[in-house]
Design a protein around this ligand. Sequence first.
Ligand code: 3HC
Length: 687
Amino acid sequence: MKDKIEAIVEIETEGEIGLIRLAKPPVNALGVALRTAVYEAYNTLSNDPGIRAIVLYDEGRFFSAGADINDFGKADIEPTLPQVLKSLNNSKKPVIAALHGVAFGGALEMALACHLRVGATGLRVGLPEVKLGLLPGAGGAQRLPRLTGLARAIDIICSGRDVPAKEALATGILDRLFDAPVRDAGISAARDALTGTLEPKRTDALVVSEDPGAAKAARIGLQAKRPALRAPLKALEAVCSATLPIEQGLAKERALFMELMAGEERAGLVHAFFAERATGRIPERDAESRTIKKVAVIGGGTMGVGIATTLLIEAQAARIETARNGVVANLGGALSRGKLSDEGHAAALGRLECTDVLEKVAEADLVIEAIFEDITAKTMLFNKLDVVCKSGAILATNTSYLDVNEIAAATNRPEDVIGLHFFSPAHVMRLVEIVVAKKTAPECVATAFALVCKLGKVPVRAVVCDGFIGNRILTQYRRAADYLLLDGASFTEIDAALEEFGFAMGPFSVSDLAGLDIAKATRDRKTAARPSDERYSNVADLICDAGCFGRKAGQGYYLYETGKKVAPNPGAERIVEAERRKLGLTPRTFDRDEIVARCLTAMIAEAVRVQQDGIALHPVDIDAVELFGYGFPRHRGGPMHQADLIGPTKLIRQIESYATEDPQFWQVPALLRDMQCEGRSFADLND
Ligand code: 3HC
């Protein structure tokens, strides 16, 4: 017998066993529709005297991605997930969860409320709520420790990590692994539950012993590792409540969950979750992708080595071996971090070819140029590529600032030329700006997007301007930091304030890492075009001229020993003081809030101009650039998300007050005024 409830859950009976199949694409998110359907299906089977056991399962890609993230921040509609799970746990008939693919968050919580859990060998389970600024809010923090013990549950819940099937079995989350089709495995487990071969348990009836040592160690670890985040510590508090009687523990967990749900950390992290997935909405979405089998990278410097996995072309024969070693080291790193399997590693090494013969690019379907940042060198190279490359090959430049239209014009096939701006270290950083030039063909854009997604990276569409999306914003952020430095804040104070805000590194530590000489070369290139009324800070140039190139030189803004920051560089401090004296500036003090406000406002103002000028398609694309390429704190959501939180009125007031000191730098973007007049948010422009 088969019956469908709202077509998102299917009920079926197999003798004395009732089956509930979840069928709500794309991810079986447990929003109100699916919750209600499961609840009704369960009640139907529970009230059927012919049914003695109930199986919950799915035959799609995976069991379920958990609660519907789109519902967060909205009013709860009954039946809530905790209500549904309570009735499953209280069922007089054994309820079995047969899991495959993934069961995350509320989905694992649903399984934990069942009386038995069986899992396919490739299953991954987890309670990743902390990654969304939350904690398990449907009993997960109470029921998981009842199966695994407190210490393991703390580890799983406070990290939000995936737990593979084998570990889930070993730790008591699963009762059995299976290789059979999931429906068969569910039926078989239900039969075994009825015969007593498997022993069904009501999780709520189990007890958890206290483990003060584990809780204390976790608290110290979380405070040290993630001081800016609230969710992991609240999650710890929720798990520790599992030692209370179940009703009290559940009530405590739910209260903590609701507290986090109302917070900015949750809003920022959920925004980041969707930003990661939103950048594919491009006009070229329906264009047919070209086939890419062989990729050539030209340039064996840091960038080229980071990008390359197949054919690497380095013009200077003497540098080929160094470049090869660099790629081999990156692949080795990926292997040891578990990002590559042994077979994948061996295959990648087997594919790798390093040469100084440019003509080899003739074999490539995609060529990525990653030579030094010089327009003449790049146009000359593209001129040659036009001759050598096969018809239909995509010619990409990894430039971070230069005019892709000019590079394309050096070829007779500008429709095949595109910018693919990777971020250093390219084998680690997830962002790739896809720079669409005036004549780039739609298939070329679609192919680039597909390839970048296949690499597991985040593609963001941009059009040509100096610095595209990310570096354009970075320039203004850096200027705000440099002005603060001249006006009286120390670089250590500025770094500390922005690190407290959540950046992994403040702007001056980042400069040291990236190399002061690299940034100086970019500034030198732009000198002629710099407006005469622009305030210019010489400090970075002077520090660079003193041979302090940053971490690689052992000194920059800070001093380094064997690559580790040890102290602020007194030489750099003296240069700052001398420059202030020379300019007749009396240093002022800036508190942390003002440092953050000025840097963030400068960043937001430029981000708004990037949107206003049509460089980015949507505000959320700008946030994705900052989150995945520039270390913007994930829980802050990105500059456009922050702009919505602060609101246009306050931002305009802030810019206008700073403008009294420097009207050239602090200007209110027209789009920000429009948003204020129309009462709209940047989120509205994402639709
Ligand atoms: N709610 C709503 N939408 C979701 C979702 C969820 N839980 N999980 C994924 N989606 C959406 C994605 O946004 C995407 O939408 P789009 O096509 O419109 O962009 C679509 O489903 C497909 O998702 P992915 O592109 O991520 O698909 P993958 O196959 O690559 O990955 C996945 C699938 C591993 C399930 C991954 O989506 C994932 O990790 N999802 C989040 C899981 C999670 O964090 N769950 C916990 C939710 S919080 C919770 O349960 C609270 C509870 O304690 C009360």
